[in-house]
Write a protein that binds this ligand. Structure first.
Ligand code: GCO
Length: 462
C-alpha cells in the first residue's frame, strides 16, 4: 500500500514538473527594464479601433438590441444596471469629427466594423443609405490619409439571421458570405485591409457557455459547434472574397483574442487540468484549425468535436491578435462551471477583471507566430476610468510587443482599443477603454492624460 502511494506521489510530481516547465508563466523584472529603448521600423503602422454596435448608436435591428431589453431567468437585466447602447457615441452622425480625433493623435489606420443589420435589415434586401454611409466614412478617412480597415463581423447579427438560428447552423453561413461579397464589391477598390470575424471564441464562449452574451445559452457542445461554424465562415468568406475583383490585392484575415490560462496553484493537478481544457477550447481550436484545418476535441461528458476542412489551412493573409490579459484558474467542485477566476494580492487590476500583464502579449505573439503569418495587433487597451494606469499599461504592453519584434516576430501594426469610451457589451458604459473620454450627455470627447503615452510613442516612432 505504501509503495502504491509512493508511486502515485512520484507520478503526480513528475506531471506537475512537466507542466511547470512546459507552460511557464513569464514574469519580467520591470525595475530592470529600460522602456525607452524601443524602436519601430518605418513600415510599422499605428491605429485605433472601434466596433459598430459599441459606437454608432441606433443599432436597433440586431441581436444585441434584443438582448439589451431582455432579462435572465431570475429577472435580472442582461446588461449591468439595465443600461442600453442607445445613441452610444453617435459615431454614425459624428464620424467626421471622430476622424479629426484620429488624425490628431497621429495614427494612420482606423479599424471599424460594418453593421450588417443596417446594411441588410431584411434578408436579401440591402439598404442604400447605409451602404452610402460607410462609403462616405471610407472617403473621409482616405481624404485625411487614414487607412480604413474593415471588420465584417464584430459580435452583432441582424435579427432575421438570429431568428434562423444564426451561426448555430452551418447552412446559415452562406447568408453571411453573401453579405460580405456585396460589401466587398462596393468598397474593395478603396479598402485593402479586411478582418473577417472578430473573436469567434469570445462570441461562442460568452454566448453559449458563460451566457453573458446573446443568445445566453449554457450548452458547451453547442459553443464548440458555433465556434467551428464561425471558423468555416471565415474560410468561406476568405476564399470567396479572394476570387472577387480586387481580392488578390486585399489583405483578408481573422481576428482572434488570445488569453492564457495559468493555474492559480502551480502544484495542483486539478488546476492544471482545467487550464489545459480551457486553453484547448478557447485558443487551441482556432489555432489548430488555421494551422491544419483540424478540430479534434474529446472531453467525455463535456464536449466532443472532430472536424477536418481541406480549405482552411493557412487561409488567412494575416493573424489579427487581440490581447488584454491572462487568467488564473482554480478548480472548483461544480459539474458545470468547474473552475473559477482568481486573483493575487500582488496583481495590478484594470477596471475589468483583468490584471495588467504585458508579458502575456509577448507570450501570445510567440504562440501565434507558429501560424506563420504576418501578425497585426488588432486590439489592445485598458479600461481605466481613473486614468491612473493607462500610461503604464500602454508603455509596458508596447514594450512587450517591441521585444517580440526585436526577436524576429513579423508584426506589422498595432491598433489601440479604443478610440473613445463606448458601450462595453454586458458591462454597458461602466468600462472606459477610450483614448478619448466621452461625456455621454454632451457627446464631448476629451483626450485622456494617460493616452499621451500612446500619442508620444506613435509620434516618436516615425
Ligand atoms: C472584445 C471586442 C471589443 C471589446 C474589447 C474590450 O474583445 O470583446 O473585440 O469589442 O470592447 O475587447 O473588452
Amino acid at each position: 500500500m505504501l509503495e502504491f502511494l509512493l508511486v502515485i506521489a512520484i507520478v503526480y510530481i513528475v506531471i506537475i514538473i512537466y507542466f511547470h516547465y512546459q507552460y511557464p508563466e513569464l514574469h519580467w523584472d520591470w525595475e530592470k527594464i529600460n522602456i525607452q529603448k524601443i524602436k519601430f521600423s518605418n513600415s510599422f503602422f499605428w491605429g485605433t479601433a472601434t466596433a459598430s454596435h459599441q459606437v454608432e448608436g441606433n443599432c436597433n435591428n440586431n441581436n444585441w438590441s434584443v438582448w439589451e431589453k431582455s432579462k435572465d431567468e431570475e429577472g435580472i437585466p442582461r446588461i449591468k444596471n439595465n443600461q442600453k447602447s442607445g445613441l452610444a457615441c453617435d459615431h454614425w452622425n459624428r464620424y467626421k469629427e471622430d476622424i479629426e480625433l484620429i488624425k490628431k493623435i497621429g495614427v494612420t489606420h482606423y479599424r471599424f466594423s460594418l453593421e450588417w443589420s443596417k446594411i441588410e435589415p431584411i434578408k436579401g434586401q440591402y439598404n442604400q443609405e447605409s451602404i452610402d454611409h460607410y462609403s462616405n466614412i471610407i472617403d473621409s478617412l482616405i481624404e485625411k490619409n487614414i487607412t480604413p480597415v474593415i471588420t465584417l463581423h464584430h459580435f452583432t447579427n441582424p435579427i432575421w439571421f438570429d431568428e434562423m438560428g444564426g451561426f448555430e447552423k452551418e447552412q446559415n453561413i452562406d447568408y453571411f458570405v453573401s453579405f460580405c461579397e456585396i460589401v466587398f464589391s462596393k468598397y474593395s477598390s478603396r479598402v485593402k485591409n479586411w478582418c473577417t470575424i472578430n473573436e469567434p471564441e469570445v462570441y461562442s464562449v460568452m454566448g453559449y457557455f458563460a451566457a453573458i452574451f446573446p443568445p445566453g445559452k449554457k450548452q458547451p457542445q453547442l459553443a464548440v459547434e458555433v465556434l467551428k461554424n464561425l471558423l468555416i465562415a471565415h474560410t468561406n468568406v476568405y476564399n470567396s472574397l479572394k476570387n472577387l475583383p480586387n481580392g488578390e490585392n486585399c489583405k483578408i484575415g481573422i481576428v482572434k483574442n488570445i488569453m492564457q490560462f495559468d493555474p492559480y496553484r502551480r502544484w495542483n493537478l486539478l488546476d492544471w487540468l482545467v487550464c489545459r481544457i480551457a486553453d484547448k477550447i478557447y485558443n487551441g481550436i482556432t489555432l489548430s484549425y488555421l494551422r491544419n484545418g483540424r478540430i479534434n476535441i474529446n472531453y467525455p461528458f463535456f464536449v466532443k468535436i472532430n472536424y477536418k476542412s481541406d480549405k482552411a489551412q493557412l487561409a488567412t493573409d494575416f493573424f489579427g491578435l487581440n490581447y488584454y490579459s491572462h487568467s488564473h484558474l482554480k478548480f472548483k467542485f461544480d459539474l458545470y462551471e468547474f473552475f473559477e477566476n482568481k486573483f493575487f494580492d500582488s496583481d495590478t487590476m484594470t477596471d475589468m477583471p483583468y490584471v495588467i500583464y504585458p508579458e502575456g502579449l509577448y507570450r501570445a505573439i510567440k504562440e501565434v507566430e507558429k501560424i506563420n503569418k504576418p501578425i497585426i495587433i488588432t486590439e489592445n487597451g485598458i479600461a481605466d476610468s481613473k486614468d491612473d494606469r493607462r500610461g503604464l499599461f500602454i508603455e509596458r504592453y508596447i514594450y512587450a510587443m517591441n521585444r517580440a519584434i526585436q526577436e524576429g516576430a513579423n508584426i506589422q501594426g498595432y491598433f489601440y482599443w479604443s478610440l473613445m469610451d463606448n458601450f462595453e457589451w454586458a458591462e454597458g458604459y461602466d468600462m472606459q477603454f477610450g483614448l478619448y473620454e466621452v461625456d455621454f450627455k454632451t457627446q464631448k470627447r476629451t483626450l485622456r492624460n494617460g493616452s499621451n503615452k500612446f500619442v508620444d510613442i506613435v509620434n516618436g516612432s516615425k
